[in-house]
Design a protein around this ligand. Structure first.
Ligand code: GLV
Ligand code: MG
Length: 321
C-alpha cells in the first residue's frame, strides 16, 4: 500500500542560501521564491559549518518566512557533520522547519537513517513525529540507479532533486558548464535520460521532482532555456542561486494562463456532463474539443500546478441553461 501523498507545496523556485552568510540569510526573507533552502553543505566552507548551524537556527526562529517552504540542506552521510547538523537544526528550530534536504543520496538506507534520527529528535523535543519532510538529492550514478528505493525509503520523502554539478563529476562528463550540453555530444540532450529517470521515480511514487542549479547566474536566457526543458518534461521547479532567477523560475514552472483556464474549464465541463443533471455522458464536447476521463486527468495536473502557484481563473466555463 503506497504511503498517502504528503501535502503538495509549490516549489517552482527553490532558492539556495549559504548558511554561513548572515546578509544573504536576511535578504532571502524578502524574496519571492516558493521555497528557501538554507545550506550547510557545499556552499559552506568546512571551517564555517558549525557557525552556519547557529546562524540557521537563529534566522529560522526569529525571521519572517511567510508561507514559503523552509528547508535546510544538511551534509551527506559520508561526512562527519550530518548527525550534528540534524540534531542542532531540529532541536533549535524544528518547529520552524518544513524539510531537511539530504544531498548525495546513494541508497535507501541513507534516507531511512535520516528518518530514524529525525524521529528521535522530534520525539525528544515533543514535536509531531513525521511532520518534517525529506528532500532527496540525487547526485551520482549509484543514487540514480537506486532512485526508486530512495523514493520509497520513508513516508517523509517529498521531493527528488537533481544535483547536476556533482552528477556531472560523478559520471566523468567531459564538461564543466552545468546545464549546458557537453562539447562533442551533438546527437541529443545529454541529460535527457537522467531527467526522465528522476521524473519517472517521482511520478511513480507521487513525489515532486526538482531541477538543480544553473551556475551562469548572469545568463538569464540560458537559465530560462534550461529550466524550460525540465518544465516541459513535467518537473515542478528548479533551484535558484540569484534573486534574478526567481521570477523566471516562477514563470517557467507555472502553467500558461490560457492552459490553466482551459484545464479548470475541462474539469467543470466534465463534472457537469458526467453528472445526472448534465446527462451522465462519458465523452463530451467542450467547444470544438472532445473530452473524456483522460482529459480530466491531464487537466488535473495543470490545474494542480496553477492552484499551487496561486493562479486565478480568467475565462470561466458555464453550464448550458
Ligand atoms: C548541487 O548540489 C549540484 O551538485 O548540482
Ligand atoms: Mg551537489
Amino acid at each position: 500500500m503506497p504511503a498517502p501523498a504528503r501535502e503538495l507545496r509549490a516549489r517552482r523556485s527553490c532558492h539556495a542560501v549559504p548558511g554561513s552568510n548572515p546578509r544573504f540569510l536576511e535578504k532571502a526573507q524578502g524574496l519571492d521564491s516558493d521555497q528557501v533552502f538554507l545550506d550547510l553543505e557545499d556552499s559552506v566552507a568546512p571551517v564555517a559549518k558549525e557557525g552556519a548551524r547557529a546562524n540557521i537556527v537563529e534566522v529560522l526562529t526569529t525571521g519572517e518566512w511567510g508561507d514559503r517552504v523552509r528547508t535546510v540542506r544538511v551534509n551527506d552521510w559520508t561526512t562527519r557533520w550530518t548527525y550534528r547538523d540534524v540534531i542542532e537544526v531540529v532541536e533549535g528550530a524544528g518547529a520552524h522547519l518544513d524539510c531537511l534536504m539530504l544531498p548525495k543520496v546513494q541508497t535507501a538506507e541513507q534516507v531511512a537513517a535520516l528518518d530514524l534520527l529525525l524521529t528521535q529528535v522530534e520525539t525528544a523535543m515533543g514535536h509531531e513525529v513525521g511532520r518534517i519532510g525529506i528532500e532527496a538529492q540525487i547526485e551520482n550514478a549509484l543514487g540514480l540507479v537506486n532512485v526508486d528505493a530512495i523514493a520509497t525509503a520513508s513516508p517523509r520523502v517529498e521531493t527528488i532533486i537533481f544535483g547536476p554539478a556533482d552528477f556531472m563529476a560523478s559520471i566523468n562528463m567531459k564538461s564543466l558548464v552545468v546545464g549546458e550540453q557537453p562539447p562533442g555530444y551533438d546527437v541529443g540532450d545529454a541529460y535527457h535520460y537522467i531527467l526522465m529517470r528522476l521524473l519517472m521515480a517521482a511520478r511513480a511514487h507521487d513525489l515532486q521532482v526538482i531541477d538543480g542549479p544553473y551556475l551562469q547566474i548572469r545568463d538569464l536566457d540560458g537559465f530560462r532555456r534550461v529550466a524550460g526543458r525540465s518544465a516541459a518534461l513535467g518537473f515542478d521547479g528548479k533551484w535558484t542561486l540569484h534573486p534574478s532567477q526567481i521570477e523566471v523560475a516562477n514563470e517557467v514552472y507555472s502553467p500558461l494562463q490560457a492552459d490553466y483556464d482551459h484545464a479548470e474549464n475541462i474539469l467543470d465541463a466534465y463534472a457537469y456532463h458526467t453528472s445526472e443533471r448534465g446527462g451522465a455522458t462519458g465523452a463530451v464536447m467542450l467547444g470544438d474539443e472532445m473530452i473524456d476521463e483522460a482529459s480530466r486527468k491531464m487537466a488535473l495536473v495543470i490545474s494542480g500546478k496553477g492552484r499551487a502557484a496561486g493562479m486565478s481563473r480568467g475565462e470561466v466555463w458555464t453550464p448550458p441553461e
